[in-house]
Design a binder for this molecule. Structure first.
Ligand code: ADP
Ligand code: MG
Length: 473
C-alpha cells in the first residue's frame, strides 16, 4: 500500500470519524496526531502523549481501522506510536481547530420580550430550562415533583405553586420548566412568564397612561401566570394591590399561578392578604444540593456543552463547590472557555486555579456589607483592557491602537462593551482611550458586539468568563 498524502488521508479519515464522536472529543484526542507511515498492511499513527495510547486503543482503534479500510482495504492493522515531537507544530499534523470549526451552537432568542397574547408581553422562556434537564436531588425532590404535577394539570390542586429558596438553586429553572412543559402540552395556552420587576414596571406604566383597566383585562387572558422573585414586590403597595386582583381573578377562573421567592411566604415583606393567598396552594423549597446531586448536575452540564471532562476533575469541582448551582456552572463555564480558547483539557490543577480566582471574588463580595446586593469591586478600564488582552492573547497596544486587524476587532469591542456596561463610561471617553476614535464609531462597535452576543452563545460565554475574572459578572 502506498499513501500519496498521509495528511489528506488522515483528514479524510477524521472527517468520517467526527460524526461518531463529538467535536470536542475529536479535537481533544486527535489533536497532534498524524500518520507516520505504513508498511505491510499496517498503518502507523503517531500520538503526541503516552496517555493518548490507552485512550485510543480503548475508544478509537476499531472505529479508526474500520474507516481507514473504507479508503484502503489493504490496511489490516493500526499501529500506534507515541512521538512527543508531534506537539511542537510538526508539519505532519493537521490543524484541527481550523479544519473542524465550532458550529454556531445553540442560538439565544434574539428578543428578550415576547408577545404572548394581544397587548401582553412577557419574558421569553429559555428552552434550556426544562423539567427533564433539571437534575433531581433530595433538596429539590418536592419542588420538582410539584412542578411536574402542575405542568401536567395546570390549575389543578397545586394552585398557586410557590417555590422558594436561595440564589442559584434552580427556582427560575423550575418555573420556566413548568411554563415550557405547559406549552408543550398545549401550544395555544397563554403562558406569561415575568419577573416581579417587570410586572411592577407594567403597572407603573399603566398608571402613568391611565390604562390600568386595559392591563387588568389583558391579564385575564392568561392561562398560566409565572412570576419570578416576588420578594421584590416589597414596598410597592400599588403593584401589590394590582397583583392581588390579578391573582384573584386568575385563581377564581382556575388558571395556574406559579411564584418564586427567596424566602417562604410568611417571611415575605408583603401585604398579609397576598401572603395568605400564597399559602393556599403548594409550597416547596429548594435548598443546596448534596455532593451526589452536584456531581450529577456537573455531568449533565458538561454533556450539554459537549465538553469532555475527566470524572476525577468533576468530582473535585463537586467536592469544593457547595454553595449553589450557579457557582458550579460558573466554574464549568470558565473551564469551557479555557478549553475552547487554549485547547487545554481541564485538570484538577487548572480547575483549582479557576476556583482560586472565583473565590477571591467571592471573598471580596462577602467582605462588603449589603446583604441583598453585595457591592462588587469595580475594576478600572485599564484592568478591563488588560484582562481582555490576556484572554485573547492580543497586546494592549494593538487593542487600543489604530490598527483594524481582524483578530483585534472582537477583543476591542468586548473591552468597550464591558467598559460601558460596568464602568458606565461614556461613548466619548471610551473613544478617547481607544486612540481618539469618535463616539459614533464606539456606538457602532457596541451595537455590533451586543447584537452578536444575542445569538452567539460561545461569545457570550467568553465575555462571561472575562467578566467573572474581573469580578463584575
Ligand atoms: P435561581 O432562580 O434559584 O436563582 P436558577 O434557576 O437561575 O436559580 O439556577 C441557576 C443555574 O443553575 C441555572 O443555569 C440552572 O439551569 C442551574 N440549575 C440549578 N439547579 C439545577 C438542577 N437541579 N439541575 C440542573 N441545573 C440546575
Ligand atoms: Mg431566579
Amino acid at each position: 500500500m502506498t499513501i500519496q498524502s498521509p495528511k489528506d488521508f488522515w483528514l479524510q479519515t477524521l472527517q468520517k470519524i467526527e460524526p461518531s464522536v463529538q467535536r470536542a472529543m475529536l479535537i481533544t484526542w486527535f489533536k497532534d496526531t498524524a500518520i507516520l507511515g505504513s508498511e505491510e498492511g499496517k498503518l502507523i499513527v503517531g500520538l503526541p502523549l503516552p496517555m493518548f495510547l490507552d485512550w485510543h486503543l480503548e475508544h478509537y482503534a476499531d472505529l479508526t481501522l474500520k474507516i481507514v479500510q473504507e479508503f484502503d482495504p489493504s490496511i489490516t492493522q493500526i499501529v500506534y506510536k507515541v512521538d512527543i515531537s508531534l506537539q511542537n507544530g510538526d508539519p505532519r499534523v493537521l490543524d484541527l481547530l481550523t479544519l473542524f470549526p465550532a458550529k454556531k451552537q445553540r442560538k439565544l432568542p434574539g428578543k428578550q420580550e415576547v408577545r404572548v397574547a394581544e397587548g401582553l408581553t412577557g419574558k421569553i422562556l429559555n428552552p434550556r430550562y426544562s423539567l427533564d434537564s433539571f437534575v433531581v436531588g433530595s433538596s429539590t425532590r418536592l419542588a420538582h415533583a410539584a412542578s411536574l404535577a402542575v405542568a401536567s394539570q395546570p390549575g389543578g390542586k397545586y394552585n398557586p405553586l410557590f417555590i422558594y429558596g436561595g440564589v442559584g438553586l434552580g427556582k427560575t429553572h423550575l418555573l420556566q420548566g413548568v411554563g415550557n412543559e405547559i406549552l408543550k402540552g398545549n401550544p395555544h395556552a397563554v403562558v406569561l412568564y415575568t419577573t416581579s420587576e417587570d410586572f411592577t414596571n407594567q403597572v407603573v406604566e399603566a398608571i402613568r397612561v391611565q390604562k390600568m383597566d386595559k392591563v387588568r383585562q389583558r391579564y385575564r387572558m392568561v392561562d398560566a401566570l409565572v412570576i419570578d422573585d416576588v420578594q421584590f414586590l416589597a414596598n410597592k403597595e400599588r403593584t401589590q394591590e394590582e397583583f392581588f386582583h390579578t391573582f384573584n381573578t386568575l385563581y377564581e377562573e382556575r388558571k395556574q399561578i406559579i411564584i418564586s421567592a427567596d424566602r417562604p411566604p410568611q417571611e415575605l415583606d408583603l401585604e398579609d392578604r397576598l401572603i395568605s393567598r400564597f399559602e393556599r396552594g403548594m409550597i416547596a423549597d429548594v435548598s443546596a444540593p448534596d455532593y451526589e446531586t452536584r456531581l450529577a448536575i456537573l455531568v449533565e452540564k458538561a454533556k450539554e456543552y459537549e465538553l469532555f471532562i475527566d470524572l476525577p476533575v468533576l468530582q473535585f469541582i463537586a467536592e469544593h463547590t457547595t454553595r449553589n448551582i450557579r457557582e458550579l456552572e460558573g466554574i464549568l463555564m470558565q473551564a469551557i472557555a479555557q478549553y475552547e480558547l487554549e485547547q487545554r483539557m481541564p485538570t484538577i490543577r487548572s480547575i483549582s486555579e479557576i476556583m482560586g480566582k472565583l473565590n477571591k471574588d467571592q471573598y471580596l463580595k462577602e467582605e462588603s456589607a449589603g446583604f441583598e446586593k453585595p457591592q462588587k469591586r469595580r475594576p478600572t478600564f485599564q484592568e478591563v483592557i488588560e484582562a481582555v488582552s490576556r484572554y485573547y492573547s492580543v497586546s494592549v497596544q494593538d487593542m487600543i491602537g489604530p490598527k483594524r486587524k481582524h483578530e483585534i476587532l472582537l477583543p476591542r469591542q468586548i473591552a468597550m462593551h464591558i467598559g460601558k456596561k460596568y464602568l458606565n463610561l461614556t461613548f466619548v471617553s471610551i473613544g478617547e482611550i481607544f486612540s481618539g476614535r469618535d463616539h459614533t464609531t464606539v456606538m457602532n462597535a457596541l451595537d455590533k458586539i451586543e447584537e452578536r452576543m444575542q445569538v452567539d452563545y460561545q461569545l457570550l460565554r467568553e465575555v462571561h468568563a472575562i467578566e467573572t475574572e474581573l469580578g463584575v459578572a
